[in-house]
Write a protein that binds this ligand. Sequence first.
Ligand code: NAD
Length: 270
Amino acid sequence: MTIRIAVTGAAGRMGKSLVEASTTACGLTLGAAIERPGSALIKADSGEVAGVGKLDVAIVGNLVDVTDDFDVLIDFTTPESTLANIAICAKHNKAMVIGTTGFSDEQKAQFNSTIRNIPVCFASNFSTGVNLCFKLLDITAKTVGDESDIEIVETHHRYKVDAPSGTALSMGEVVANALGRDLQKVAAYGREGQEGPRSKDTIGFATLRGGDVVGDHTVTFLADGERIEITHKASSRMAFARGAVRAAHWISEQKAGLYDMKDVLGFVSK
Ligand code: NAD
């Protein structure tokens, strides 16, 4: 069966990669492309905007105008836009793949209360490699985490608006969960001045911003006498777009509920 996807934020960095990924994926077609109301690219051909040639799918300014044209919405936009799109998809019974990051605690609560009746795959990072790193982090934390100091460093392009990245936070959560720690209590977001010695359970985060870096993450486990570094470097947004398209296929066959990329890749331990 061919799945029809819609892409919100179709003229954004990820939106263009998603439109491109839809042209090479098997059993999947682009049914609709949406941008923010008022965008200069409304009515433009989404394929031409993405640089992959004409696809005969014009960009529209309102998701509600195209609800008959897709089965799964792929949304990499902003928290406000994503929350509005969840409400529309819930009303029209459409599955969603969500990659937007940077939700506040209040927005996360709203997110969780509105997705209940539709299938949603939400991940802070859709690359297969990063999800494999999550698995390696779980094993490493369980093996050496209690005898190590754990620090997470991430680098992204100069336009990224949220920090630390959603992926860095997810890595912190994987490590904290493996060690039975509450990330909210043990996270240290940057350090300055006379902070004193490092406390043992801390999970430290540091953020670099600049250039065109698509996304680098390193988690270091520093023990006495040795250290382990688990690093992932994304060199193209297609790594995320291909994962999101794979998730769109998978979510189209699931019951209502919240899933993540671990479920799509079959990494969930029972
Ligand atoms: P971007 O700013 O290049 O693109 C966002 C697009 O959304 C813009 O074109 C904007 O006009 C559009 N938009 C905003 N409001 C809208 C609305 N109401 N309706 C329709 N379109 C709307 O940003 P980006 O680099 O593409 O990143 C988008 C989001 O995806 C960010 O939150 C980023 O952190 C996240 N991201 C996630 C992953 C992942 O794997 N989960 C990977 C990369 C980026």
